[in-house]
Write a protein that binds this ligand. Structure first.
Ligand SMILES: [Zn+2]
Length: 260
């Protein structure tokens, strides 16, 4: 399977080296309990996702305290601030893969389901690492932290991962699959949930990808109704610039163009 490659400049690698005296991220695998868990474990280990995550952290979001990523936990994906640990269940990996298979990803989008699942795992790990970075650096959060760290994950992928825009689109597709798989109306209690609805997360991710390069992604927002498509496109361009600049106030490498 093709694995994603991190695109890092020499300057950001050197900057990363300077702060990486201690490990920014430590990876742990709990034992796999059955065949499905074993294959999820192998998918993660062979994908290169941990190298990408660690490379990004070394270059752009160094932690004061080493962050642990633990694969194979029962609950999650989640970040536990007490343990400063991200928990990623094998079942989430298996479920993601199943979503991409069930939605004929290869046939409809020309991409292997395994690759779609890995892109989703990377986005999810970056989302959780975003929570960890907010906690570790005491970053002020003005609004929904869940949305802020979704943006963090997407921006990391767009700016610093080769093919990261395409990978972020796959992660967005997973939100759309999850949304398709639920009843039309939300339960009352879901309105007070800390997360935005899956379909909002889908469009927010696409909006950032579009805004990062409107020419390359000119057809990405074609589902949006014609009446307000051009307004949305303008918004997405401004939105990308604003969020990218805001996050870069807190990242180790302040100018994204330096890290390409
Ligand atoms: Zn979250």
């Amino acid at each position: 399977m093709k694995s994603l490659l991190v695109s890092l400049s020499l300057s950001s690698l050197l900057a990363g080296f300077a702060v990486a005296a201690q490990n920014n991220i430590s990876i742990e695998y709990l034992p796999a309990k059955d065949k499905e868990e074993r294959s999820a474990q192998q998918l993660i280990a062979n994908s290169g996702v941990n190298a990408i995550l660690t490379g990004l952290s070394d270059a752009h979001f160094a932690f004061n305290q080493t962050l642990t990523i633990q694969y194979g936990a029962e609950d999650g994906p989640m970040y536990d601030p007490e343990a400063h640990t991200v928990y990623m269940p094998y079942s989430f990996v298996a479920e993601s893969l199943q979503y991409f298979r069930d939605n004929d990803y290869q046939e409809k989008f020309g991409k292997e389901p395994q690759l779609g699942a890995i892109d989703t795992i990377l986005h999810t790990l970056l989302h959780e690492a975003g929570h960890a970075f907010v906690a570790d650096q005491n970053i002020p959060v003005l609004g929904k932290e869940e949305d802020a760290v979704d943006n963090f994950a997407t921006l990391m992928m767009i700016n610093y991962v080769e093919g990261g825009d395409d990978a972020a689109i796959s992660a967005a597709d997973m939100f759309a699959f999850e949304s398709d798989n639920r009843p039309d109306y939300y339960d009352f209690g879901e309105y007070i949930d800390e997360h935005s609805f899956d379909l909002q997360r889908y469009f927010s991710t696409l909006c950032l990808v579009y805004g990062s390069d409107p020419e390359k992604h000119q057809n990405l927002l074609e589902e949006v109704e014609k009446d307000y498509l051009s307004e949305r496109k303008d918004f997405c361009i401004d939105n990308f610039d604003q969020l990218d600049q805001s996050w870069h106030q807190y990242l180790s490498s302040k100018k994204p163009e330096n890290a390409k």
